[in-house]
Structures are given as C-alpha cells and as structure tokens.
Design a protein around this ligand. Structure first.
Ligand code: NAD
Ligand code: UDP
Length: 331
C-alpha cells in the first residue's frame, strides 16, 4: 500500500480526508497541534485504524524538525493542509501567517524534491479569486487578494506552479475549497472553532446549542434576493472525497480545481435550512456589514467534474444535520 502524508492532518478537513483514504492508502500525519489536539486523534481512531506511531507532532514550517520525520516516512504523496486559516487574525498578525503558511509550503516542496515524492495535493481557497464575479472559474486571473491569509494561498499556489516547471516528473493538484461545512455523520469529528466562531455555520451551531443567544447577520442590504451574501457551502465529506479523486486521478504537471457544489446559498437561506433540518429556531439580529465581505462567492465546478469525475452529492439538509450531530456531541 502506498503512503500519503497529511500535513495538518489532525485538523478539521485533514481528519475527514484520513477517514476517506484509509482503505486505499496508508495515512501518516504530521501536525504541530497549533489548532488541534491529540484528543482529536482518539476520536479519529474510532473511525479509521491510524496507528499512533503514524502521527508525528512536528512543525512543517521548521525544515530541520520536519525533515527529521519526513525522512522516516518517505511518502509517495503529500496532501498539504498545514497552515493558519483565520482571515481576521491574518490581518492582525500578517508575519505570523506569512511565516507559517509560506515556509510550510516551501518545506513541503523542498522535501518532495529531496525524497522523491512526486505527488502533491494543496489546500487552497476560493479567497484567492478576490472580488471577481461568480461563478469563479479556474482560468480567472488571481487579482489583488483581500488579506494576508488569501495572499499566502495565492503565493503558495505560485510557488508550487513554478516548482513543477522545473520538475517535469512531478504532479501537483491545487484544490480551491469554497465553504467547507458539516461533519462526519458519526458526530465524532467536525470543526471545533477556538473561541467565538468566525464562520457562519459554526456560529449557527453554537446558537442552536445555547452557547450564544442569537446569530448576528452581517448586513441585509446586499444586492441579492434576500439582501444577504451568497456562498457555496460544501459538505466536508464531499470535500474529503474530492481529495481521494485528486490523489487517485493525479497526472503529470500542475492542475487547479475548484471544489464546491456550484450552488449558492444566502445567509438567511442557510439559517432556514438549519431550522428546518433540526427543528431548532435560530434567533437572528441584523448588524452592520463585515469589512471585506464579498456579495457572492460560488464555484464553477465543471472542470473537476469533467477531469476528475468528482461531484458533490450531499444536500444542505445533510450538512445541517451532520453539523448539528457533531455540535450536540460536544456538550
Ligand atoms: P484546521 O486549523 O482545522 O487544520 C489545520 C491543521 O494544521 C491544524 O491541525 C494545525 O494544528 C495544523 N498546522 C498549522 N500550522 C502547522 C505547521 N506549521 N506545522 C504542522 N501543522 C500545522 O484547518 P482546516 O479547516 O482543516 O483547513 C485545512 C487547510 O485547508 C488549511 O490550509 C486551510 O487554510 C485550508 N482551507 C480551509 C478552509 C475552511 O473553511 N476550513 C477553506 C479553504 C481552505
Ligand atoms: N456571517 C454572518 N454572521 C456570522 C458569520 C458569518 O452573517 O456570524 C456571514 C458573512 O457575512 C458571510 C457569510 O456569513 O456573508 C459566510 O461567512 P463565512 O465567514 O462563513 O465565510 P466567508 O465569508 O469567509 O466565505
């Protein structure tokens, strides 16, 4: 069985990928626990037989520490998820983001070259498109990004593209995630935000569980049918399966794909979908717009469907039910 290394594999998305890959790949994880804990490993082990010895606590932004474990793993492929991801924090602490996210990507490429790893899947984000008109297409130019987090993703993408130009035997796939939400249907793994959630569905989940009194809706005067912004919410299990498709369908060269559903959902539509699925009322208070928010961000998903044969299948109802199952298990 071939080995795939998941950097940041104890995090929200990486743990779901580990579950989806375990039948066809030996999964090894490197994570520095910056935004995860070994308790997540206990829960993950209830879903997939990953050995403790295959989980390394190390910092991918530190080449010496990372190489020490990489040399013992010598993976056939890497799925590079490790990175900081909070947009607001990246505005406050830009150097922390540039240091962590860029060095981690550079080190992954350095070690791929040094240890003959020929396949890389990179976690990018729809935020690299900036304020362009949806649906976003992979052939759109990457314009000025909106914050340092987005910039680290755009720069990492370029770093990988340029690396591939000089390594003709390499295959890289950049996956631009739209809005990953939901949880594994078991309720064992899901997203656990630190402190007050920045993202919409995690916030709704906490209102439902009584941790917060109401949802603040950041503006209802946008040019959309109900006045609230539109996003492309994708179930984290669908997203995880996109990685399986990308890994198994990898071909030489550099490839970029959107990973979304292609369908737009407004803030108020997501609230209604959650209420309908769970029968729990979510009180909302409309407040001012959040700085930097896009009116609409949805994916054109025709490329990944055509080239990798992957398509999201889970509904908004499933997203809400699975998210709620996970949230309920956290009490
Ligand atoms: P997460 O924070 O849950 O997981 C990231 C993991 O990486 C954490 O376990 C953290 O401890 C680890 N990590 C961070 N820096 C590290 C380092 N230097 N060395 C080793 N481990 C490190 O985040 P997630 O939601 O699972 O996101 C995974 C990836 O997908 C990130 O790169 C993120 O930017 C990207 N992404 C996420 C979203 C989203 O909405 N969740 C959207 C687009 C892209
Ligand atoms: N949003 C909101 N209240 C919240 C969190 C988010 O109204 O507490 C809105 C936000 O303004 C945006 C949408 O929900 O229009 C999705 O926000 P999220 O941060 O989840 O995703 P992103 O904007 O980064 O795509």
């Amino acid at each position: 069985m071939k080995t795939v290394l998941l950097t940041g594999g104890l995090g929200y998305i990486g743990s779901h990928i580990a579950v989806c890959l375990q039948q066809s790949w030996r999964v090894v994880i490197v994570d520095n626990l910056a935004n995860s804990s070994l308790e997540q490993l206990d829960r993950l082990q209830q879903l997939c037989p990953i050995a403790k010895a295959d989980v390394f606590v190390a910092d991918c932004a530190d080449l010496t520490a990372f190489e020490a474990v990489y040399a013992s793993i010598r993976p056939d492929a890497v799925i590079h998820l490790a990175g900081h991801k909070a947009v607001g924090e990246s505005v406050e602490k830009p150097l922390m983001y540039y240091h962590n996210n860029l060095n981690a990507t550079m080190n992954v490429l350095t070690l791929c070259a040094r240890y003959a790893t020929r396949t890389l899947i990179f976690s990018s984000s729809a935020t690299v498109y900036g304020p362009q008109v949806s649906p976003m297409r992979e052939d759109m130019a990457l314009l000025e990004t909106l914050n340092p987090y987005a910039e680290t993703k755009a720069m990492s993408e370029r770093m990988i593209r340029d690396f591939v130009k000089t390594h003709p035997d390499f295959q890289s796939t950049v996956l631009r995630y739209f809005n990953p939400v939901g949880a594994h249907p078991s309720g064992l793994i899901g997203e656990r935000p630190n402190g007050i959630p920045n993202n919409l569905l995690p916030y709704i989940q906490q209102v439902a569980s009584g941790k917060r009194p109401h949802l603040n809706v950041f503006g209802n005067d946008y040019p959309t049918p109900d006045g609230t912004p539109i996003r492309d919410y994708i179930h984290v299990m669908d997203l995880a399966q996109a990685h399986v498709a990308a890994l198994n369908g990898a071909t030489l060269g550099h490839h970029v794909y959107n990973v979304g559903t292609g369908k737009g959902t407004s803030v108020l539509e997501l609230v209604t979908a959650f209420e309908t699925a769970t029968k729990i009322r979510i009180p909302v208070v409309v407040t001012a717009r959040r700085a930097g928010d896009l009116v609409e961000s949805t994916a054109d998903v025709s490329k990944i469907e055509k080239e990798l044969g992957w398509k999201a299948t889970r509904s908004l109802e499933t997203i809400c039910l699975d998210a709620w199952k996970f949230e309920s298990s956290q009490r």
